[in-house]
Write a protein that binds this ligand. Sequence first.
Ligand code: FA5
Length: 341
Amino acid sequence: MSLEAFISKLDQLQAAATEALAAAANREALEAARIEFLGAKSGQLKAAQKQLGTVAGPDKPAAGKKFNAAKMAIEQAFDAAQTRLESAPPTSKDGALFDITLPGEPIRIGRRHPVTQTIAELKDIMGRLGFTAVDGPEVEDEYHNFEALNIPEIHPARDPLDNFYLAAAEQQHASASPLLLRSQTSTVQIRVMEETQPPVRIISLGRVYRPDQPDATHYPMFHQMEGLYIDKQVTMADLKSVLRLFATSYLGRDVHVRFRPSFFPFTEPSVEVDMSWGDRWIEFGGAGMVDPHVLKAVGYDPEEVTGFAFGLGVERLCMRRHHITDIRYLFANDVRFLRQF
Ligand code: FA5
């Protein structure tokens, strides 16, 4: 090969290589260009080096000099391309430019249901008043839901139409006390007193079930907060103080509490507890002094200890606090509603 032809070939090679290296858009393209031109086995530069041997003897030094200059230029072009790609802004998978200064996509975080939040807050307030939270079963036997609470077999509250009894097949034994979904958390009073000696100061928050027709203030499944305080010389004045303190802690100082004489088989005397709602009164629960019969049935001595109990509707407290006008919103599972809490 003549010197001129060799020089011209190297000029073309250098131009093609620097162009390809400068155009490489990513690491893969750069590596392909490197193999094409600088590859140790079959790169184009390697092929040119072999042709150097075919240049006539006297022209060899000039040809060698040209070869070294071209090789250096191509290697520099490779280094420059590598530096360029390393400092390039990151790209996403499809190669599009990724701007790290853009605001991120908001992450949708879940939140606790308003009733769950209410339960946590009620536990907190009652905890500060010295009441410990305990749990009880939602599937109950007739003994704990009725009998031990002084509700005899002939009482209308035990009507199968007013309760969710479990189907015969789900009952544990034909001979055992029939099972039902508890209709009140007062069942937990009995379970605690059966196992604990006085003094007792507990609350229990959980679901209860009644076949009530749903309306703005009723739902077939709802939550109650039961409270029980048994000790020496506990009086009705203690009951009123605790409920007033609780109401102002949860609903604020502007809430008014009203006690109306009422009847529950397991308390004597009994009261209905109303709280103010705008210019109206809403019933929040029942309460009273635990009936001596109930104390006796769990093995307490009514001459020694007395106590009060109360049961409040959790949804109604939550609704009053957040100005929710219909209980059904709480269970419609509409995220537009739930997201507000
Ligand atoms: C009771 O359940 C008694 N166990 C309360 C009690 C406890 C009295 C301890 C004495 C001593 P009552 O059936 O009134 O009482 O229900 C209490 C509260 O539960 C009601 O005031 C109301 O706030 C709420 N409640 C009752 N039924 C529903 C319902 N279907 N949907 C939503 N809340 C309800």
